[in-house]
Design a protein around this ligand. Structure first.
Ligand code: NZQ
Ligand code: ZN
Length: 390
């Protein structure tokens, strides 16, 4: 097991009607004026936004707001938000939504207190040392941004989709998680969220670091719980307990515990971010296409952990032929994704002829000569994985 630092200061407030505590929690965490950030309107239609505002008013917290964040969030809304925050003297961000809304709020939180361009943080030109506090009301279990210190933003003019990692300053001070809020999710969004959280675990599980039994078992157990609960949610979208389990799994998947002591991979995410940056597809659906292709490549080049995943998580019988076991695992994973209504190749994703050269060029321009750790991918390897996803 490798050395590690695990810092997770977020206060999670989980359960029915917990959004009504937003105001009291904001006050407890020292807010005077918050900026509510939300997306394309689901929180308006559900009445959630009004309930959050009511809670803030009751607690005597002032607020301003910015809506209209689109999935695969872009830099322009970050600049807009930074201007509003400075003008309104906001001291806490309160995104009400999913990863796109939360990540926009985090980027604003970092940008407000920085004199330069917030994009400097995403290209590694500057480090985030201070930021406004971020607090969350989560509406979709998927990105895990409610418990992570990460933000993923796309630059509109270059179509670079990059992530920023600043756990010491950008982890939310509190996250409100009410599973009932997820009843209104369309089945496709539910499925995309499930794929995303599964892959957050797999990026950590597929490691060459030896003797990480605790992380392995945490990953395997959480993956099995997600799959079981996914079937329940598919059959009954209003099953509170299944929704609750899925919601908490989404947090476990990405708050860092699953990767403790491991060298993590993340190649599948980087391969996917190019796809969602260029073709604007839903991140989880991009992953359900890329990950089986990545695993197929790994079945040939480094099958050990893929085979372990296949047998322990998906019940593939053990055999001496690790490549065969790994490929059987890929088949079972694709079957599960398809059952959930997810695409497993580019065509099903709606991209007939992906520009593989452009995807791979952009990936290695953004991420360097080698991508990932489980096998360090060259540009040729990345192209092969994209081809395996056709
Ligand atoms: O915009 P509204 O109208 O709210 O609709 C949203 C949006 O269309 C809808 N939705 C959310 N909650 C709902 C709901 N519809 C009905 N009822 C509800 N309760 O769902 C759609 C997707 O929302 P989005 O925020 O985009 O989803 P998600 O949480 O999957 O976030 C995806 C973004 O997060 C990034 C992805 O790349 C993508 O840009 N990621 C962020 C990470 C992080 N910060 O750590 C890690 C991830 O790997 C990921 O890259
Ligand atoms: Zn993800």
């Amino acid at each position: 097991m490798n050395n590690f630092v695990f810092y997770s200061p977020t206060e999670f407030v989980f359960g029915r009607e917990t959004e009504m505590q937003a105001g009291a929690l904001a006050r407890k965490h020292g807010a005077r004026k918050v900026m509510i950030v939300y997306g394309g309107g689901s929180v308006v239609r559900s009445g959630l936004l009004d309930r959050v505002k009511q809670s803030l008013q009751e607690a005597g917290i002032e607020f301003c707001e910015m809506g209209g964040i689109q999935p695969n969030p872009v830099d322009t809304k970050v600049y807009e938000g930074i201007d509003i925050c400075r003008r309104e003297q906001v001291d806490m961000m309160l995104p009400v939504g999913g990863g796109s809304v939360i990540d926009t709020a985090k980027a604003i939180a970092a940008g407000v207190l920085y004199e330069g361009d917030f994009w400097d943080f995403f290209i590694g030109k500057a480090q985030v040392t201070k930021a406004l506090k971020v607090a969350v009301v989560l509406t979709i279990p998927a990105a895990g941004s409610e418990g992570s210190g990460n933000s993923v933003i796309t630059k509109t003019d270059t179509l670079q989709k990059l992530s920023l990692r600043a756990p010491e300053v950008l982890r939310p001070v509190f996250s409100i998680m009410n599973p009932e809020l997820t009843f209104t999710l369309p089945p496709f969004q539910t499925a995309c969220g499930i794929a995303d959280m599964m892959v957050h675990i797999m990026e950590r599980y597929f490691t060459n670091t030896p003797e990480v039994e605790i992380s392995d078992r945490l990953c395997e157990g959480t993956l099995m719980a997600i799959i079981k609960m996914a079937y329940c949610v598919k059959q009954n979208p209003n099953d509170y307990n299944a929704r609750a389990n899925v919601m908490w799994c989404g947090n476990i998947a990405h708050n860092g515990t699953c990767g403790i002591g491991c060298e993590e991979d993340w190649a599948s995410h980087f391969l996917e971010h190019e796809v969602s940056a260029i073709y604007n597809v839903t991140h989880g659906a991009g992953l359900s296409v890329i990950v089986p292709a990545w695993m197929t490549f790994m079945a040939e080049h480094n099958p050990k952990k893929i085979a372990q995943f296949a047998t322990r998580v998906l019940g593939v019988p053990e055999s001496e032929d690790l490549e065969e076991m790994a490929l059987a695992g890929v088949s079972r994973l694709k079957f599960f994704f398809r059952y959930m209504g997810l695409p497993v190749n580019f065509k099903e994703l709606g991209i007939e002829n992906p520009d593989i050269d452009r995807l791979a060029d952009s990936l290695h321009r953004n991420k360097g000569e080698f991508v990932g750790n489980y096998v360090k991918l060259t540009k040729q390897d990345s192209k092969e994985i994209y081809r395996l996803a056709l």
